[in-house]
Design a protein around this ligand. Structure first.
Ligand code: ATP
Ligand code: MG
Ligand code: MG
Length: 525
């Protein structure tokens, strides 16, 4: 078993690696990477770089100009970098359009492919019923003439496609004459208007895998039915063989792992953008506070499991907590709503002390804590206090509740304490957070929590996305935090004592509060 970069043990191996290992991650530049793509990317990287001394190719599968954009390509490169993945080489399926064209001509000439103008519905019905297309026996000359029309992008050419001549009725429907070339006059983001025909994934993938020297092609399990088709393409073109290694697709509840559907939510304004903290994109989950080592551990631990799982988010956030808990500085925030002012008799004049940011990890550093006879605390805590009860002010010491002032509704409006530092904090029942209003400048903050995008664990085939969009997914509350928080930077992960972990999304600036996103920690049953 191999050691991961994080030190965890993952026992994943490939077969037939004596001649070396070349893997590839082949995203289509039609959206930002999501957590499902991360699994594919990390596995390919793991085999190429952690387990074997091999090569990882990043190949943009840019064969559909109607969906693809430069913006997405750049984002994918950046997201891989964020995940610590360094491809040895970046390539494009479009680099091979000349070769792929020649291969298609060869397939047609040798009677292994034909031109077809059967309309889409009929084609899919015929494929379902195992009925051959009426064009199946066109001569190679006739098919080549149609392919030339397609290449020109003429109105006539647009009606046609090229299909591999494998079988009209094989038990495996993936072998029922799959389409290998389509006509599309939309300009391509790299090849411009040079081509008006584009190979399909089914055709381009095996051919380019072989041309690029890929030894092991990792594919998600739902492609398994298409493996014989992949091999057929290689055999028919007499190309070097490539081993297919299947792995399970990774899905999560209450979200969408489809670029098409995510695009819809971005375009309709339902979310803020591709990096929305509610989004399952790499950017989204990072913005929510996921760390890369946790993501790697979670994914690689699943290893070669072939079970397609609809994961709950708890497990991955719980893995993340393991990484952030030991290193996150501790700070204090008090909710503004219902905030209670208190005075403490026996307290010295305002002063500050340097205290560790993390009680169990000195390496996290020091922070300044202010003390004085004038503090604020949470309504939640204050409303439970009883007259003359001894409580503990966290990181300070004990105090005795001497006076509780409430309003008509019963809410506490003011408290008076008597400091009792000799008291034993092990004997108090209530340990509360507080902030001195003197000796520091309290920092206004917004604490934001999020809910899942969907109201249903996983959508069924016939479910209408709009019917299951959660209308209320963002919850904001105002608070004030200790003065150190003014110095935190965007991306910093901290813990607000007794509240949870947060990632700073927007740093404090005078007149504009710091904005923190709550990081889930996954309640495990
Ligand atoms: P989408 O449906 O979101 O467009 P895709 O599979 O069409 O996904 P690609 O860009 O073609 O998107 O995928 C790149 C790689 O990521 C492929 O190898 C694909 O199998 C893999 N992949 C996509 N989604 C998942 C997932 N949920 N779990 C594991 N691997 C995935
Ligand atoms: Mg795809
Ligand atoms: Mg897809």
């Amino acid at each position: 078993s191999a050691k991961s970069k994080e030190g965890g043990n993952y026992d994943i191996a490939l077969r037939n690696t004596e001649q070396g290992v070349v893997t590839r991650f082949p995203p289509e530049p039609s959206g930002y990477l999501h957590i499902g793509h991360a699994k594919a990317a990390l596995l390919n990287d793991y085999f190429a770089h952690d387990k074997y001394n091999g090569t990882l190719l990043l190949r943009f599968d840019d064969t559909n100009p109607s969906k693809e954009k430069e913006e997405f390509q750049d984002a994918i490169v950046e997201d891989l970098k964020l995940m610590g993945i360094k491809p040895n080489k970046m390539t494009y399926t479009s680099d091979y359009f000349d070769e792929l064209f020649d291969y298609c001509v060869r397939m047609i000439s040798e009677g292994n492919a034909y031109a077809d103008d059967t309309d889409k519905e009929t084609m899919s019905a015929q494929r379902f019923d195992g009925i051959p297309s009426k064009r199946r026996d066109l001569s190679p000359e006739e098919s080549l003439a149609h392919f030339q029309e397609m290449k020109q992008g003429t109105t006539e050419g647009l009606r046609w496609c090229i299909r591999a001549k494998i079988s009209p009725d094989d038990k495996n429907k993936a072998l029922r004459d799959p389409v290998i070339y389509r006509c599309n006059p939309t300009p391509h983001h790299r090849t411009g208007t040079k081509w008006k025909i584009y190979p399909t994934y089914d055709f381009a993938c095996p051919a380019v895998d072989s041309m690029e020297g890929v030894t092991h092609a990792l594919r998600t399990i739902e492609y398994r039915d298409r493996n014989p088709q992949y091999q057929w393409m290689l055999d028919t073109l007499k190309l070097r063989t490539v081993q297919v290694w299947d792995f399970a697709r990774m899905n999560f509840v209450r979200t969408l792992l489809s670029k098409r559907k995510l695009t819809k939510l971005v375009d309709s304004g339902f979310v803020w953008g591709w990096d929305d903290p509610r989004f399952p994109t790499i950017r989204g989950i990072r913005r929510r506070g996921m760390t890369i080592p946790a993501l790697r551990e979670f994914i690689l631990k699943q290893g070669p499991s072939k079970a397609v799982t609809n994961f709950s988010w708890d497990l991955i956030w719980n893995t993340n907590k393991k990484y952030i808990d030991p290193v996150s500085p501790r700070h204090t925030a008090i909710m503004t709503k219902g905030m209670v002012k208190a005075t403490i008799t026996g307290a010295p004049a305002a002063y500050t002390e340097e205290k560790p940011k993390h009680a169990k990890n000195a390496a996290v550093g020091m922070k300044t804590v202010a003390f004085s006879g004038s503090i604020v605390m949470e309504q939640e805590d204050a409303k439970l206090f009883k007259q003359d009860e001894e409580i503990t002010l966290m990181s300070w010491g004990n105090a005795i509740v001497r006076k509780i002032t409430t309003d008509d509704a019963g809410a506490v409006t003011h408290l008076e304490f008597e400091l009792h530092l000799e008291g034993d904090f092990k004997k108090t029942e209530k340990k509360v957070t507080w902030l001195s209003t003197e000796g520091q400048e309290l920092v206004p903050v917004e604490l934001v929590d999020f809910d899942h995008l969907l109201t249903k664990d996983s959508l069924d085939e016939n479910d209408n996305l709009e019917d299951f969009l959660n209308p209320h997914t963002e919850f904001r509350e105002d608070a004030v935090a200790d003065g150190n928080v003014a110095n935190l930077k965007e991306g910093d992960i901290i813990q607000f004592e007794r509240k949870g972990f947060y990632r700073l999304d927007r740093a404090y600036a005078p007149g504009s509060p710091a904005v923190f996103f709550n990081i889930p920690t996954g309640k495990l049953k």
